[in-house]
Design a protein around this ligand. Structure first.
Ligand SMILES: C[S@@+](CC[C@H](N)C(=O)[O-])C[C@H]1O[C@@H](n2cnc3c(N)ncnc32)[C@H](O)[C@@H]1O
Length: 222
């Protein structure tokens, strides 16, 4: 991408995100529809209000998105909580690891949305777990780092994408322990997009099919 084209792209993306989100003080609120209408890469324009209440299935939805977009490799689920996303990716052929300072057991079951039935996770099943806060040096051993509603990792992960070969997927929510603050009136997601574009990264926004803050950012070098 030429510098001028990059700047145009940046301005378009940034404007689309910020214009309609100004005034929101709730950084976990869904982004208004108009803010998404011009967002490159968002193909599904289903109004958020009409989406099902699938937030509890966000791991399954993210898992599906990753399977459709990327070949299996080594993935870290940063701030992965109970590790269901990492578990699902592991089941799909990925080498998955949870990075989270808090160790939690896998859930004992989850709903398979394709088969529409509950699936048990055996007590003996596990996913590798790095029980410590994320630090950029950990990224070296992975091809992909995913962060869903993780705390204090979004900016660090963008830095990783800019300096390493790793691809990054963020589903940002609130701003906790981040070294960067949005400008007044700027949405946190727009702030992250701006930060990534300033590092010459490609940002592909996408939306998962649930009601709420459902915007993900797939960030990688061009
Ligand atoms: C809101 S929970 C999200 C958990 C899960 N990804 C989800 O979507 O439900 C935030 C998680 O980030 C983890 N966390 C907090 N600080 C972290 C850090 N510095 N590095 C990695 N994970 C962190 C917390 O322990 C917690 O599991």
């Amino acid at each position: 991408m030429t510098k001028r084209k990059h700047q145009r792209e940046k301005a378009r993306l940034f404007q689309a995100l910020t214009e309609q989100t100004q005034g929101s003080t709730d950084h976990d609120a869904p982004i208004p529809e108009q803010a998404l209408a011009n967002l490159p890469g968002l193909t599904a324009h289903t109004p958020s209000g009409s989406l099902p209440k699938m937030k509890k299935f966000r791991f399954q939805l993210m898992h599906e998105w990753i399977l459709h977009r990327l070949p299996p490799g080594r993935v870290a689920d940063v701030g992965g909580g109970k590790g269901l996303l990492a578990y699902l990716l592991q089941q799909s052929g990925w080498q998955a690891t949870v990075i989270d300072p808090v160790a939690q057991a896998l859930p004992d079951k989850y709903k398979d949305l394709t088969l529409n039935r509950r699936v048990k996770i055996g007590a003996a099943e596990s996913v590798p777990h790095l029980t410590q806060p994320f630090a950029p040096a950990m990224a070296e051993q992975f091809d992909l780092l995913v962060s869903m509603h993780a705390h204090g990792c979004n900016v660090q992960l963008i830095d990783v994408a800019a300096t390493g070969q790793q691809k990054v997927i963020l589903l940002p929510c609130c701003i906790i322990q981040e070294p960067l603050l949005p400008a007044p009136g700027q949405h946190w997601i727009a702030c992250l997009v701006e930060y990534a574009l300033a590092k010459n990264l490609t940002v592909e926004p996408f939306r998962l099919n649930f009601r709420g803050q459902n915007i993900g950012l797939y960030i990688h070098t061009a």
